[in-house]
Design a protein around this ligand. Structure first.
Ligand code: M6R
Length: 612
């Protein structure tokens, strides 16, 4: 949550920072602001609302400085407002700072500062940290770097901060713990950001800053240190990413672009790994530690949100074909309860961003307890990718829309390949079934493509039901997690209350909600549960609920029970979730659009949830 950008070099900083904020807006859009330093004078401009508001505000301002920092906020401490927007200025006006994360002991630090005469102009934890740094600096008469080091040793919580000092005309000081920071290394210039998207346009050479590291960044110098003031050699990596990947490419919204990219992102995920002709799956990151995985007594899957839903699908598949017990945990619960992690247990962490705070901390805890961690992550070089012992990237490319779409299908493809690889090695699947599933998996991109060609049908359905107050999503077996995912997508993007349920569980409570106004979406593809789900449709129809069903082409029974139908190509039931989710993504997209919602930036959400 929150996006941060910084620039120091010969160019004008503001246009770079502004464009960077626009690219990072998916991380939060409650307010934004910039601090610019020119001729020894620090100017801070900030505005409640989206980055466009700030851009407007800046039209008449002098923005010609060559050093600047900018922030787009997802509010934690203090409501979205101009005064709580970042950057914050220290009480003496000398420093400006932006922050992504949460300072958990801010109340204690604030009390200390208040007792020393400090007062505050915002409700944020950031202003407290900044004044704490200022207090140490003035009290100890030390340089700001030293003050920062002392302050950060007292801080609990998560942070990535960028700080500029009125008395130091070209330096940005940065530090991170738990919130991401990438530094782009240009020719006589440096770029700092929460992810690489603001940087890619200028340089592909980047340094990922690690926890407890401090960066002193000047146009032609980058010094990395630990909190003990020891220098660390920056490790420069080259980004494997193109500018086009982070632009809309002719689509109205990133979400739509990302939905339509799925035939190619799933293909990219399978490419070089799955060879159906040869009957092989090659996954370098998994193979090195394969024994660990196949001999696991138990697999625990740790994730949040949509990634958690991918974990549920994986649970069903791994238990079915690998016969290894699987538990799927919400990372936010796992990190605080006292889970039993035994020797021989393996953790699979699933995360699009690789920065989700709950997942990251859960993994740190599991790692301390000796667990072996496989990461299934989309963002290369992200914190979760780095904390994992081994893993596989989903190769879905940069996902910008807040609603996760292509990353989810990438996760399912990776998890399916992992399960198949384990199953054939363990001998818990026949060669014939294995080959059949390889063939099916290989056909997924084509089937997704076929669904996308009929997207307009879902637009019509979305318009019909856009004013509903509630939705129910029902599925059974492998499609039960897809019902949960359909409901989550609709909530996020259309603000319609929606619940996902196993179809048979519906009669234990949710059926009380059914009346002629309630749309019920059935994921009723042809599988071993089909007759059962048809009975559940009958139960809804008997109570006059409106039935929208996602069915397999050629199914003649379900349409007779449904008010609206969308057909998808036939697929093996283990593979079906990767394709049955596509119409649900489109349904929520078109519903959100029909309701006039900014689907790429729905209210209260952020793409990367780096606070707990
Ligand atoms: O980056 P992650 O996969 O770890 O994120 C987990 C959730 O925050 C994320 O899936 C969230 O639920 C999405 N907005 C769903 O569309």
């Amino acid at each position: 949550m929150c996006g941060i950008v910084g620039y120091t070099g010969p160019k004008q900083a503001y246009p770079i920072v502004l464009k960077g904020l626009q690219r990072l807006e998916y991380r939060g859009y409650d307010s934004s602001g910039v601090a610019l330093l020119k001729d020894g004078k620090l100017s801070v401009y900030k505005k409640k609302g989206k980055v466009a508001e700030l851009e407007q505000e800046m039209l008449q301002k002098d923005s010609s400085a060559h050093i600047g920092i900018g922030h787009t906020r997802w509010a934690t401490h203090g409501e979205p407002s101009d005064r709580n927007a970042h950057p914050h200025r220290s009480a003496n006006g000398r420093f400006a700072m932006i922050h992504n994360g949460i300072i958990e002991n801010y109340a204690q630090l604030k009390n200390e500062l208040v007792s020393k005469g400090y007062s505050f102009s915002s409700d944020t934890d950031t202003e407290v940290l900044l004044n704490f740094i200022e207090h140490i600096q003035t009290n100890n008469n030390c340089d700001v770097e030293e003050a920062l080091r002392i302050a950060l040793k007292r801080v609990t919580g998560a942070y990535c901060i960028l700080l500029i000092d009125e008395q130091d005309p070209d330096t940005i000081i940065a530090a991170r713990k738990g919130s991401p920071l990438v530094i782009g290394v240009g020719k006589g210039e440096h770029f700092l950001a929460s992810d690489a998207s603001p940087i890619i346009e200028y340089t592909k050479e980047v340094v990922y800053v690690n926890d407890y590291e401090l960066a002193i960044v000047k146009p032609d110098q980058l010094i990395l240190k630990n909190l003990g003031n020891e220098k660390i050699t920056p490790y420069i990596t080259t980004l494997d990413m193109e500018l086009a990947a982070i632009e809309k490419g002719g689509y109205d919204h990133f979400m739509l672009k990302e939905i339509f990219e799925q035939p190619s992102t799933i293909y990219d995920c399978l490419r070089g790994r799955l060879d159906a002709n040869a009957g092989t799956i090659t996954m370098g990151g998994i193979e090195k530690n394969f024994e660990q995985l196949i001999n696991a007594n138990r697999i625990m899957i740790v994730a949040c949100g949509t990634s958690w839903h991918a974990g549920l699908v994986a649970e069903y598949i791994i238990e079915e074909i690998c016969r290894i017990p699987v538990e799927v945990e919400y990372a936010s619960e796992f990190r605080y309860r006292n889970p039993i992690v035994n020797k021989g247990d393996v953790i699979i962490a699933i995360s699009q961003s690789g920065e989700t705070a709950d997942t990251l901390v859960a993994l740190e805890k599991a790692k301390e307890n000796g667990a072996f961690i496989f990461g299934v992550v989309n963002v290369v070089g992200s914190s979760i990718a780095r904390i994992s012992h081994a893993g596989a990237y989903t190769h879905a490319g940069h996902e910008i829309g807040v609603a996760s779409t292509k990353a989810f299908t990438g996760q399912l493809a990776v998890l399916m390949m992992m399960a198949l690889k384990m199953a054939i090695k363990k001998g818990t699947i026949t060669q014939e079934r294995y080959q059949q599933l390889l063939n099916e998996l290989q056909d997924v991109p084509e089937k997704v493509n076929a669904i996308l060609k009929n997207a307009e049908e879902l637009k019509t359905i979305a318009h019909k039901y856009k004013d509903a107050g509630d939705f129910l999503f029902l599925g059974r077996g492998y499609n039960f997690p897809i019902a949960l995912e359909g409901a989550l997508k609709l909530k996020e993007i259309s603000y319609i209350h929606a619940e996902g349920y196993p179809a048979a569980e519906m009669k234990h409570g949710p059926i009380a909600l059914v009346d002629e106004k309630l749309p019920v979406v059935f994921i009723a593809t042809k599988d071993s549960y089909h007759e059962k789900i048809v009975s559940n449709m009958q139960e809804i129809k008997a109570r006059k609920g409106k039935i929208i069903s996602i069915i397999t082409q050629g199914d003649h029974i379900s349409p007779t029970l449904s008010d609206d139908v969308f057909s998808i190509p036939p697929a093996d039931e283990l593979i079906a979730p990767i394709i049955s989710v596509i119409p649900l993504q489109l349904l929520s997209y078109y519903t959100g659009i029909a309701k006039g919602i900014d689907v790429d930036k729905p209210r209260n959400l952020a793409k990367s949830v780096t606070v707990e």
